[in-house]
Write a protein that binds this ligand. Structure first.
Ligand SMILES: NC(=O)c1ccc[n+]([C@@H]2O[C@H](COP(=O)([O-])OP(=O)(O)OC[C@H]3O[C@@H](n4cnc5c(N)ncnc54)[C@H](O)[C@@H]3O)[C@@H](O)[C@H]2O)c1
Length: 332
């Protein structure tokens, strides 16, 4: 049994990971989360208090971070400012959390010689042309587009340097776009689902041709546990489930599953610098570590996610009006 310190464990993917760890392992979990607008205590409700505890604090605060890292067997680092649109509006918190926060955790892991796994995104690689057959691999050069992805790229490079220069026992994973329960309504899929549930027409940026490579958050969690168990120190692993879909198809699928006409959506102003296409080649993770996703069928995973939002309006409703007001102010 291990003691995990999970940063950002009250956010979308971090809370899915904590639920997954409780269900599939004997590990205990300390969540360190600042509870920004994106963090939600309610995402950890129902978990056993003898296995999971929440510490509210900032990953950039060394006084909070060092004692928690000292008592952990491994750090799994999810905490980040994560929303591209926010990073275009105000980049500063992205630097504070994604760069200085990661630096603070790495220094603590170095001091206490604690295993470290860094969660990152495929957005560090920039984007691909729509008609390009290529997919991202661990050898694709970094080419981030936004303040969000550039700070994530910077944090990945810090981890690599702390492995090489100081011998920190770290691994990195870069995952494609996640969907599933507990995702904030500012993000594409939950925004469109909750629009439909509220009787608002879904909103599609530009012409909706941008492609994302979708993976269920639970598959992301099993991949991270696999890397923690069997990953080689210093290595990077790409995580993806061969789930490429253009945004228009995703909105049409949400409308079809919820019994609406598939053209009942609005086209809105595109995001500046909007990446065209992401696609992950996860061969290394599958062949070297033997990981496979279990949510092979995007449509049934999406239908289950829609049901979750239908059943958990109390979880998302408090944020919905503010998010829509923010987008409306930008014509989106
Ligand atoms: N969402 C995706 O599709 C996706 C895909 C690949 C990788 N990732 C990465 O996964 C991680 C989690 O993403 P998410 O979508 O769950 O994000 P999220 O915004 O839902 O959650 C982030 C969490 O971090 C916490 N946090 C923010 N700043 C903090 C700070 N300074 N100190 C402590 N806690 C802080 C927030 O309160 C929140 O609970 C991020 O590192 C992100 O880059 C996300």
């Amino acid at each position: 049994m291990s003691r995990l310190l999970v940063t950002g464990g009250a956010g979308f993917i971090g809370s899915n990971f904590v639920h997954h760890v409780v269900a599939h392992t004997d590990h205990t979990v300390t969540v360190l989360d600042k509870l920004t607008y994106a963090g939600n205590r309610a995402s950890l409700e129902g978990l056993p208090s003898d296995r999971v505890r929440l510490v509210v604090g900032d990953i950039a605060d060394a006084d909070v971070v060092y004692p928690l890292v000292a008592e952990a067997d491994a750090v799994v680092h999810y905490a980040a400012e994560s929303h591209n649109d926010n990073s275009l509006h105000d980049p500063r918190p992205f630097l504070d959390t994604n760069i200085i926060g990661t630096y603070t955790l790495l220094e603590a892991a170095r001091r206490h010689d604690v295993r470290f796994h860094h969660i990152s995104t495929d957005e560090v690689y920039g984007d691909l042309e729509l008609d390009d057959p290529a997919r991202f691999t661990e050898n694709t050069p970094y080419n981030p587009s936004s303040p969000y992805s550039s700070t994530k790229a910077g944090s990945d490079l810090l981890v690599r340097a702390w492995v090489r220069s100081f011998g920190v026992r770290a691994t990195i994973s870069n995952c494609s776009n996640n969907y599933g329960p507990y995702q904030h309504v500012e993000k594409f899929i939950p925004r469109q689902i909750t629009n439909v549930l509220r009787g608002i027409r879904p909103k599609l940026y530009g012409t909706g041709e941008n492609v994302r490579d979708w993976i269920h958050a639970d598959d992301h969690s099993s991949a991270v546990l696999t890397i923690l168990d069997r990953g080689e120190i210093g290595e990077t692993y790409l995580i993806g489930a061969d789930g490429e879909k253009d945004n228009k198809s995703v909105v049409e699928l949400i409308l079809r599953i919820t019994g609406q006409p598939v053209n009942a959506y609005d086209l809105v102003t595109d995001r500046p610098g909007h990446d065209l296409r992401y696609a992950i080649d996860s061969t290394k993770l599958r062949t070297e570590l033997g990981w496979e996703p279990t949510y092979g069928d995007f449509e049934s995973g999406l239908a289950a996610t829609i049901e979750w939002y239908r059943d958990n309006e109390a979880w998302w409703a408090p944020a919905k009006d503010g998010v829509e007001a923010f987008y409306a102010s930008k014509g989106q």
